[in-house]
Design a protein around this ligand. Structure first.
Ligand SMILES: [Zn+2]
Length: 692
């Protein structure tokens, strides 16, 4: 249903997994009520009158459901839905008491939602076939149909025909706190009813959505055209360090360049220069004229600009980066007003999307970044580099062990084994058997997955109704699938297995799926890790496992630091809603340095570094960052739990749970809530092994 809810707020959720998110203190719902343009129509007196009418008609046990349901319908009711009298009539006629009638209503709604969302999903996937699969030239017609989303108005339609109101009136919405407290004792059916209650919590006007979409597209365009021409950068001596044509996008390209300069000649000097560029971007001292320009030369250290060898005057970028962030924030504030149940973006991100309270996430991150294990790994890195750490070593890349297996041999093997997409499809059940699935289960899951040769790197698209198949879209070259394609295909296959179990084997449709994207990523990575084993090979690279663990811990340290900054910046924006771009810049400077000084300065032996503020996500994917480390933790915890156990049995057992809240899912899956302990313990063990 998360996927389904995704339909409804399509512009707000970032579906790209990209393997490639104290509020209560600062954003108090009672202190700062959001403007509720949709809540004014039905007065408090009308609501009470309706509740009285209904309570007279029904048993006393229905009182709470009546009160909650009527208030919720009132909050969503708009002029076009009818008069106050019509509102009262609707509520009194459509309220269904608990028991057989409500059960029947639930079953019918579930069945019909499955038909509708399932078909729309299938339609979308099929219409995008010419765009996404390797099937010859893309024509205008393909583009027109591929961009068409037939379900774009589905939520509006459900309000217009009153189906949404019927759901809102009869299926209670529980906020995250209630779900976490009560959910533990709920039956599966109670959970399924609560998930039905999660539908239709907001009714955002098309205008407001459109405005958000435009503003976010503008921000996107700003970042996608934010390139630095590396061949134009000058050192103090007027030297150039990078290839003439090298063009890097902020921040991904710049960051990857830092990563690729470990253990190369002159690497450190180049890394220092890239960091200097980043600092200029963060504090907006970068001359506006050098952004995306292959004409001018620039010394990022002195900040001087040259044209044909002569210094020219230049003005700094006028805080455009922060203007875009504020634009996005303000567009989101308008959406807030249409979400009576979850009125701030922080709430929607943490309570609704990730379903883990922000305080818990903050605590996990803080504990990991403060841990003694991080300090030890920092010392190991410094020793390996034979120098003091520099701030950009948050992207240290030297733990990746060179594989003992020759990639050409691997390519040969995967090409022979999988000359076509169909060859892989025919082998899926076999792969599952190697992962300990029984014959019967392997055939069952494999029969629900289709493999297609994709244009891009590959992705997994799940079905939204039983009877439809999940798609494994992966790259198959003319000569068959190379190792890289195979490696990605195994990852995507992990997603497909999750998608299949969590749709077909979950007992209620409203609970299909996983609590958040971290869970599906976890299974995908567990599959991917076994890719060589599935080919019947063994990687004998010395210390590969141990080094990988240290690499993962260091990566978690970095991304958690960045996420903490992201979260604090959002709190600041809610607390300072009229801020100017310059004020936001000042706040981000302060916040990023505070986080650095608290959790990084001791490891790096330097204070006041702004590096954690460089991520472009902060401009274009609001509050997306925390989802990455959460996914890493889940992967680690599940990975460690299944070690030595029957992988298939455990996978089925865990993912059959469907969409309960993450902490309960984890408790029932591995016996503990989301925790940093497995990762830290593994790092201790790895460091011990490496020492020996
Ligand atoms: Zn993935």
């Amino acid at each position: 249903m998360k996927r389904i809810l995704g339909f409804m707020v399509i512009t707000l959720l970032l579906c790209n997994c990209n393997s490639g998110d104290n509020k209560k203190k600062t954003v108090d719902k009672t202190e700062k009520p959001t403007a509720t343009p949709i809540a004014n129509l039905i007065s408090a007196a009308d609501i009470s009158a309706t509740v009285v009418l209904l309570t007279k008609k029904h048993e006393a046990t229905e009182k709470e459901r009546i009160e909650k349901g009527v208030a919720r319908v009132a909050a969503l009711w708009q002029k076009s839905d009818g008069t106050v009298e019509e509102f009262k009539t609707f509520c009194t006629e459509k309220f269904i008491p608990q028991g057989e009638k409500l059960d029947i209503a639930f079953d019918k709604l579930s069945a019909n939602f499955e038909i509708m969302y399932g078909m729309f999903n299938k339609m979308q996937l099929d219409l995008r076939v010419p765009l996404e699969l390797d099937k010859g030239e893309v024509t205008d017609i393909d583009m027109l149909f591929g961009a068409y989303n037939a379900s774009a108005h589905i939520t509006q339609d459900f309000f217009a025909n009153k189906i949404a109101f019927l759901v809102a009136l009869n299926f209670r919405f529980f906020d995250l706190e209630e779900k976490m407290k009560k959910g533990e004792n709920w039956s599966r059916k109670e959970w399924a009813f609560a998930r039905m209650g999660d539908m239709f919590t907001s009714r955002i006007s098309a205008e407001v959505l459109q405005e958000y979409s435009k503003i976010s597209t503008d921000a996107d365009a700003y970042i996608s055209e934010y390139n630095i021409y590396m061949g134009k950068l000058l050192t103090e001596n007027g030297e150039k360090l990078f290839p003439e044509k090298m063009k890097l996008i902020t921040h991904w390209g710049l960051r990857d360049e830092i990563k690729s300069n470990y253990a190369v000649d002159n690497g450190l000097v180049k890394q220092e220069m890239v960091y200097s560029v980043m600092q200029n971007i963060i504090n907006q001292s970068i001359p506006e004229s050098v952004i995306n320009s292959d004409k001018l030369e620039w010394n990022p250290n002195s900040n001087k600009v040259y044209e044909n060898g002569k210094e020219i005057a230049a003005t700094p970028e006028p805080n455009t980066r922060y203007q875009h962030m504020l634009n996005v924030f303000r567009a989101i504030r308008k959406i807030d007003a249409y979400n009576p149940q979850v009125p701030t973006y922080l709430d929607r991100k943490f309570d609704e999307e990730l379903e883990i309270p922000m305080e818990q996430i903050e605590q996990l991150f803080t504990e990991l970044v403060s841990s003694p294990q991080i300090r030890k790994v920092g010392k190991i890195i410094s020793k390996r580099l034979c120098r003091k750490l520099r701030p950009f070593d948050i992207w240290y890349d030297g733990f990746k062990a060179r594989s003992s297996i020759n990639e050409d041999d691997l390519n040969k093997q995967t090409r022979e084994k999988y000359p076509t997409a169909m060859a892989l499809e025919n082998d899926l059940a076999n792969i599952l058997r190697k992962l300990q699935f029984t014959d019967e289960k392997a055939e069952y899951i494999a029969s629900k997955i289709r493999v297609d040769a994709s244009r891009g790197a590959g992705h997994a698209a799940g079905a939204s109704m039983r009877g439809d198949k999940a798609r494994l879209r992966t790259r198959v070259g003319k000569n068959g699938m190379n190792y890289k394609g195979y490696n990605i295909a195994v990852h995507e296959f992990g997603h497909n297995v999750e998608q299949t179990i969590s749709l077909y084997d979950v007992d209620y449709y409203t609970m299909n799926g996983v609590p958040n994207t971290g869970f599906t990523e976890a299974l995908a990575f567990l599959f991917q890790k076994r890719d060589l084993e599935l080919l019947g090979m063994k990687d004998e690279t010395p210390n590969k496992k141990e080094l990988k663990i240290l690499d993962q811990l260091w990566a978690a340290y970095e991304i958690m630091g960045v996420s903490l900054v992201d979260m604090k910046v959002w709190q600041w924006m809610y607390d300072n809603q009229d801020a100017t771009p310059a004020q936001l810049k000042g706040a981000i400077d302060k916040i990023s340095k505070e986080v650095w000084n608290k959790y990084f300065a001791d490891v790096f032996e330097s204070k006041d570094e702004p590096i954690l503020a460089i991520y472009s996500h902060m401009v274009i994917y609001p509050l997306y960052l925390p989802a990455y480390p959460i996914g890493q933790l889940i992967e680690f915890q599940i990975g460690q739990y299944v070690e030595g156990k029957n992988f298939a049995t455990e996978t089925e057992r865990m993912f059959k749970q469907g969409r309960i809240v993450p902490q309960q899912w984890m408790r029932e899956a591995v016996g503990n809530e989301l925790s940093i302990k497995p990762m830290l313990d593994a790092a201790d063990e790895a460091m011990k092994q490496l020492d020996e």
